[in-house]
Design a protein around this ligand. Structure first.
Ligand code: PMP
Length: 427
């Protein structure tokens, strides 16, 4: 029995599936997951004694690479002052000021502890504000695991084949309308039927939980127009895209103002953090100002605020996102060339430092149906080929990849050399 297998065996004794979040278990690709000892820059160091170039980045937060010395020093400094107070700190004010400056559609923001909490709270607020029950989401989008949102969900729910989870009461799920992503006609048709009952549309402005699927031109604009016409709130779930595809998130990139925004991942710099915010008149409905209840023992935690603030400061350096986008584009171009040389049909989508690699000969991947038509078995073979080479991709065909500022020329070249061999092996 290999060392990793023994560790995974032991983990499974008292942890369901051996993991604390499903996709980590490698069910989508087979085999045992790596156990990570530590990480630095672009590399994960696993208990098998090997190091891996990492394109998961803890599923998005590690945009500066792992264990960035300035982030670690800031967190160590904060830890010396105490781990949690459950009372206001100036760090929280600083964080709110910074987020509202970087994301101008947000007049006010409330910190929570995960992306799931952020979207769950934003939905409750939208329902409370509008007095309506129905919500619209899109097939293949993932917004965390709150009941209303686990209907035709992406990410791990999709990987494991349970997009509609048991345990979600039908009485609740019936208020969630799920529509095809990038299909504005379908949305217009739904609004023509029940628009007056829809509290909000929640959308990933770049879908990142069915691989990476950018919005087609006019889609986000059309959602904004429909929401305005029917008095429905538009929620951009920027848990993944926020501070990644641009400093101001996807809303800055595409020039659309949502009513509410949810954030996570990068805003915590690797600590457990989420946030939601938006227009003042909506946010003022939250307790203690208004009647919509929402709270958290550890919300605004000083270590989490410190890690997030330092991360936001560092990624605010001039040219940061341009360089990251450029590095990602170089990697994507190299992957396309390598695949073509090996005779393997792939389509690649990239938005900023976020990418999706699809094994398909379809001319473009813009819809959930396009994603589902891809060759998941080929992805599995490619994933293991790359893992053997020392490159760690997300262990599912339905996840986005992420590049960090710690990925330099050396890592990109090494990744492309590995990809040439991995594509050749499955060509
Ligand atoms: N929304 C989006 C767009 C996400 O990608 C995720 C997580 N990948 C979530 C919400 C949920 O965040 P968390 O896992 O922190 O609860």
């Amino acid at each position: 029995m290999s060392d990793t297998h023994a560790r995974f065996d032991r983990a499974q004794r008292h942890i369901p599936g051996g993991v604390n979040s499903p996709v980590r278990a490698f069910r989508g690709v087979g085999g045992d997951p790596l156990f990570i000892e530590r990480a630095a820059g672009a590399y994960l160091h696993a208990t098998d004694g090997r190091r891996y170039i990492d394109y998961v980045g803890s599923w998005g937060p590690m945009i500066l690479g792992h264990a960035h010395p300035e982030v670690i020093a800031a967190v160590q400094g904060a830890a010396a002052n105490g781990l949690s107070f459950g009372a206001p700190t100036e760090l929280e004010t600083e964080m709110a000021d910074r987020v509202c400056k970087l994301v101008p559609s947000m007049d006010m923001v409330r910190m929570v502890n995960s992306g799931t909490e952020a979207t769950m709270s934003a939905i409750r607020l939208a329902r409370g504000f509008t007095g309506r029950d129905k919500i619209v989401k899109f097939e293949g989008c993932y917004h965390g695991h709150a009941d209303s949102l686990l209907v035709k969900a992406g990410s791990g729910a999709l990987t494991l084949g349970v997009p509609d989870s048991p345990g979600v009461p039908a009485a609740l799920a019936e208020h969630t309308l799920t529509l095809p992503y990038n299909d504005l006609d379908a949305v217009a048709e739904a609004f023509a039927r029940v628009g007056g009952q829809i509290a909000c549309i929640i959308v990933e402005p770049v879908a990142g939980n069915m691989g990476c699927v950018p919005p087609v031109p006019g889609f986000l604009e059309g959602l904004r127009t429909l929401c305005d016409r029917y008095g429905t709130l538009l929620i951009f779930d920027e848990v993944m895209t926020g501070f990644r595809v641009a400093l101001g998130g996807a809303q800055a990139l595409y020039g659309i103002q949502p009513d509410l925004t949810t954030l996570g991942k990068i805003i915590g710099g690797g600590m457990p953090v989420g946030a939601f915010g938006g227009r003042r008149e909506i946010m003022e409905q939250l307790a203690p100002l208004g009647p919509v209840y929402q709270a958290g023992t550890l919300s605004g935690n000083p270590l989490a605020m410190t890690a997030g603030l330092k991360t936001l400061e560092l990624i605010g350096a001039p040219g940061f996102h341009e360089r990251l986008t450029e590095t990602t584009a170089r990697l994507m171009h190299g992957l396309e060339v390598a695949a073509a040389e090996a005779g393997v049909a792939v389509r690649i989508n990239q938005v900023g430092a976020m990418f999706g690699l699809f094994f398909t000969d379809a001319p473009a991947v813009t819809r959930f149906a396009d994603v589902m038509a891809c060759d998941a078995d080929r992805f599995r073979l490619f994933f293991h080929g790359m893992l053997d080479e020392g490159v760690y991709l997300a262990p599912s065909a339905y996840e986005s990849g992420f590049v960090s500022s710690a990925h330099g020329e050396t890592e990109i070249e090494a990744t492309l050399a590995s990809a040439q061999r991995a594509f050749a092996a499955i060509g």
